[in-house]
Design a protein around this ligand. Sequence first.
Ligand code: SAH
Length: 265
Amino acid sequence: MSLLGELRRISSEYAFRQTKKLSQNFLIDERVLKREAGYANATNKSLLEIGPGFGFLTKELANCGPKSITLIEKDPQLIPILEKELASRKITLINSDFLKWQSGSFFDVVISNVPYSISSPLLFHLTNFRFSRAILCLQKEFVARLLAKPGTKDYSRLSVTSQAAFSIRLLEKVPHSAFHPIPQVDSAIIELIPTGKKLDARTALLIQLLFQHRKKTLRAALSDSAEQLGITKENARKTAEKSGLSDRRVFTLTKEEFATLAYVF
Ligand code: SAH
């Protein structure tokens, strides 16, 4: 049976009702699912899958002979479905909101067809986890922001903070027709490898405030943010001069330059 057929069978058998709020667009293109599982290189690995839905990706992962699979799914309707559909497989199933979930365990690979509505907080929350690699399918526009280079229109606070925390690589683009229901936009699969560096709170705040003035020079942006940074405008000016970056526009600064600035600061 095609995966669309499977999806219809499961939905009617369990009287499943789609919850829009949970960004439930299920990936039903078998070739994409197989490639995605392939990227995880799952044999003998401990896996964490976020938002397994009906378990289509999970089945592909289970076929690769992983050491363990932990699933975290928020929708309580999907728990009995996953229990039954994945019955013969060794799986730990947790019914919880990933954003509120903490785990001391190490995972070789984190994998997810990410519920789009939580893309940003999910990435941020991932920085609290210990893992070697993550394979994530996200909206194409979001991926463009993650990968954006300094000086381009997509370069944002998200780009700097994500690129500081992870090395990010594009693996493949996925057309919107690969999902059901078909979402408005296309997706892309990426790989994340933690850099092991975490931005300290002060640098993170600096980046957040400065990007509210992304087109301004650093001198002007720092001066505009002085109050929120708890410094005088005079100090803001001095900091900009000292960094040697005062004439640069905020959106052209590299993550290393933000680090220099935070250091001067
Ligand atoms: N991986 C599946 C489903 C993707 S849809 C597939 O590829 O077909 C996104 C899934 O994430 C849904 O099952 C949705 O219920 C779940 N989800 C949404 N928000 C979540 C959250 N905060 N924590 C855990 N799961 C969540």
